[in-house]
Ligand binder design. Structure first.
Ligand code: SAJ
Length: 426
């Protein structure tokens, strides 16, 4: 199938890069978002999200004349739904945005069109939720129009490269739908494009993120065991990973972001009787901020009345995304326990959180504190020179929750270092 014009619904972290990449590869693209502020920002040459290289890409797409931004969808040969699927109370998937995107397509759907859902969704969403909505047009999925699920798999921070280079799974409700999807993404995807069924593709996406979550949970559990048994978990993991079939991930302050901490719940909700491991892993990772707070409590001999510098607030290293960040969770818990918290997030100095003061520089964060804690392995924080830090603060207690600092070097500079997952040798 050949495409000349498509419509992308949802201009967030996935929709905007996708729409822009199609546009710079020669397709006419209508990018639509229900949020008028997003549309206005983009129409005025601004950007409402941060991702390396995205500004240049969007500008090129707009300049080419191929990308237009609107609050309404338009007739097109293909529609891509890339709206968020957050969860609502009770860890249940909130499908409201997918449903309204489907409804918005209905008046514009024509025979021969292709509709693709990219949003992470519970198993069977394409068949049981999206198809019936689109069929309100009077057209029949499979007979009159193509319908497929194709998960986005890009890593925040590397979206533009991974969008093009990663393998792409296309799950059609029938073979013709898969093939139409393959033809569309072949416009720019250099990775392999693999066709399967819609429900398989939905499962693939959920399995990928759940697999990662379960593996991080076991790393976190290992760190707790190591602390109890007088072992350095980081050394133990490094040694275990020399085994040719073992690859243990990194313990840390918890699992944040909009994907890995959410998606496993979609499987738990869809089949609670079949998912004890997935549920427990989620709980283990959600408890991890509490483990870090306990560590701080111990290292500082109590928290009430203590002033602490938190280094890093983002949900993972070298991004400026603070959504669902375990570091922010930890900051709030510390405040609740009576500590005074000064946070330094080098990638987002202007962040605002009630009760937490945001330092505009490292110096400002370190002045007058009783201790400092590294919560995110941002490159500039990992590369801090202990002697320079010592000159900026009177604090000599440092806690490293991500194994970012060299203990010997920090000790030589006069710090007493406590690392997550490292037990006292006895
Ligand atoms: N984390 C650890 N230990 C590790 C690895 C990660 O504690 O060893 C933590 C991070 O600090 C972070 C969280 O897990 O808080 C998630 O970070 P991440 O880098 O693992 O993943 P995301 O959420 O940025 O992106 C994931 C990716 N999925 C997989 O790697 C399987 C990405 O490819 C997906 O497209 C994305 O979710 C998504 O949108 O679903």
């Amino acid at each position: 199938m050949k495409f000349t014009k498509i419509c992308v619904l949802g201009l967030g972290y996935i929709g905007l890069p996708t729409a822009s990449t199609f546009a710079t590869h020669g397709l006419r693209v209508v990018g639509m978002d229900v949020n008028p502020r997003v549309v206005e920002t983009l129409q005025n040459g601004g950007l409402h999200i941060h991702e390396p290289g995205l500004r240049t890409l969007v500008q090129a797409a707009l300049k080419s004349g191929n990308l237009s931004i609107s609050t309404e969808p338009e007739e097109a040969e293909a529609f891509i739904i890339a709206v968020p699927t957050p969860f609502k109370e009770g860890k249940k998937a909130d499908m409201e945005f997918v449903i309204s995107a489907g409804q918005a397509i209905v008046p514009h759907l024509r025979p021969g069109n292709l509709v693709i859902l990219e949003s992470t969704s519970p198993p069977r969403t394409t068949i049981d939720v999206v198809a019936p909505i689109l069929e309100k047009s009077g057209l029949v999925a499979g007979d009159d129009f193509h319908l497929a699920y194709s998960p986005e798999r890009v890593l925040p921070g590397q979206i533009l490269r991974e969008l093009i280079d990663n393998a792409r799974v296309i799950g059609g409700i029938d073979r013709a739908s898969s093939e139409a999807g393959r033809d569309l993404y072949a416009t720019f995807v250099r990775g392999e494009i693999i066709c399967t069924t819609a429900t398989t593709a939905e499962m693939v996406k959920l399995m990928e993120n759940t697999y990662r979550d379960v593996n991080i949970a076991i790393a976190n559990e290992f760190s707790r065991l190591a602390a109890r048994f007088g072992v350095d978990v980081w050394e133990a993991i490094e040694l275990a990973n020399r085994h040719p079939r073992v690859n243990i991930l990194r313990p840390g302050p918890g699992v944040g972001g909009h994907c890995i901490s959410v998606d496993p719940w979609f499987l738990v909700e869809a089949a609670p009787d079949l998912t004890p491991l997935i549920r427990t892993s989620r709980q283990v990772n959600d408890e991890q901020p509490g483990v870090v707070v306990d560590l701080l409590h111990k290292a500082l001999g109590g928290l009430a009345g203590k002033r602490l510098a938190i280094l890093g607030l983002a949900y993972k290293p070298d991004v400026d995304d603070l959504r669902e960040s375990p570091a922010v969770d930890i900051a709030y818990r510390l405040v609740e326990m009576g500590a005074e918290v000064v946070a330094y997030e080098p990638y987002k100095l202007d962040a605002e959180f009630p009760g937490i003061s945001m330092a505009q520089s490292l110096e400002a964060a370190l002045g007058g504190v009783d201790g400092l804690v590294l919560l995110v392995a941002h490159t500039p924080l990992v590369n801090l020179v202990p002697g320079d830090v010592a000159a900026k603060t009177k604090a000599r207690i440092a806690i490293d929750a991500v194994n970012g600092w060299d203990t010997d070097a920090w000790e030589q500079a006069g710090f007493s270092i406590t690392r997550l997952g490292v037990g006292a040798v006895h």
